[in-house]
Write a protein that binds this ligand. Sequence first.
Ligand SMILES: Cc1cc2nc3c(=O)[nH]c(=O)nc-3n(C[C@H](O)[C@H](O)[C@H](O)COP(=O)(O)OP(=O)(O)OC[C@H]3O[C@@H](n4cnc5c(N)ncnc54)[C@H](O)[C@@H]3O)c2cc1C
Length: 403
Amino acid sequence: MDKSVDGEIVIVGGGICGLATALALHRKGIRSLVLERSEKLRATGAAIIMQANGWHALHQLGVASSLRQTAILIQRGKRISLSGESEEEEERTFGTSKEFRCLKRADLIKAMAENLPEGTVRTKCQVLSVKFDPVTHFQHLMLSNGAILQAKVVIGCDGVNSIVANMVGLRPARFLVFSTCAARGFTYYHDGHQFPAEFVVMDKDQVRLGRVPVSYNLVYWFITRPRTNQDSKISKDPVLIKQSLMDSVKDFPTHVKEMVRNCELNTLNLTELKYRPPWDLLLDKFRRGTVAVAGDAMHATGPFIAQGGSASLEDAVVLARCLAQKMQNNNNNNVHDNRAIEEALSEYVKERRMRIFWLNLYSFLLEKFFSAGSLVVKVILIAVFAVLFRDPDWHIHFQCGTL
Ligand SMILES: Cc1cc2nc3c(=O)[nH]c(=O)nc-3n(C[C@H](O)[C@H](O)[C@H](O)COP(=O)(O)OP(=O)(O)OC[C@H]3O[C@@H](n4cnc5c(N)ncnc54)[C@H](O)[C@@H]3O)c2cc1C
């Protein structure tokens, strides 16, 4: 069987987190290899909301200014409840200190991939398992094509169903208890849309719709609604997804129904949401030996605060900083000393743990709030938010530091 040393650092998964980690390492002068199972880099989910903490991380990665050209600045957030007798509106201004833009995922992936040295990403490489070899002190990665690669360090950026997280010993991510399925898509308006630069969220009963313009022609929207037993089947066919969404928004305003009806079918995606509960994030180990996890593999979170992607970028910056510091202390640009690597990965985990715990808890409680049928539960949760999260923007004021 073919066994080759393919990189001191191998990153499993070429999504947002895997590419960001490779780019952060590259900016610190460290080579890595990204293994992605798909035929080409994917950008599933149409777009991603990026707030100030995410922009800080993108700046560290050197791609913020080019990405700013691709998405307009959103000025305000607006929440509209359609459930009562009359519409209720709540509004807040973002301003420049709370930079809020909605990026096309394809633009984000492209910007990061283009800044990597050639040969960093290998597609069609599905990792089946990772095992430590006590003789060579290398990690052995078994690929689906039968090849085995050896690496000193493995970073699992392989998403919510991560096999690396499994190997590290994390408990599996779970489905959200009561709910929830999320659909995402783009609608393109040839002659420009009429929507202001606002992030609008509308609720009606258990259906929630978010809408945010990416540019003057393109609008990103998402819908969350209770999961049905048809969803696995529906999610495989964009026409069925659209039909099901039209049904979900049948009591929404006409411009919403038009937006969904005229969506770009090839961008439609329906996902059953999975998450790691906050208490797992407090207790689980995120490193075993020289293997660690990042991004959704580490902290899959419900999308209720639109932070999973930004938190993944933060992971990448912190991880590269910790590894680079130890390697520079070793006065050596190769990762030869397993103990130094383990220390670096432990520092990374220590630095990230409480940040991802609070993000995850916030999102978890918001989901409970949205899905709560009882007024008493809602009031209790409002009290909890007032105590724990007095500043509703605490999570976007965070900065992961410099590379
Ligand atoms: C509905 C929804 C809306 C969201 N909205 C936002 C938002 O607005 N803002 C925000 O910041 N975040 C948002 N998120 C969260 C964000 O999408 C994720 O946190 C982010 O994509 C995580 O990136 P990742 O690279 O860790 O994982 P992924 O994007 O899942 O990438 C994992 C990659 O690993 C590859 N892979 C998996 N297994 C293997 C294997 N065994 N071998 C090789 N490759 C493998 C996959 O093909 C994939 O390319 C949202 C999430 C959802 C579900």
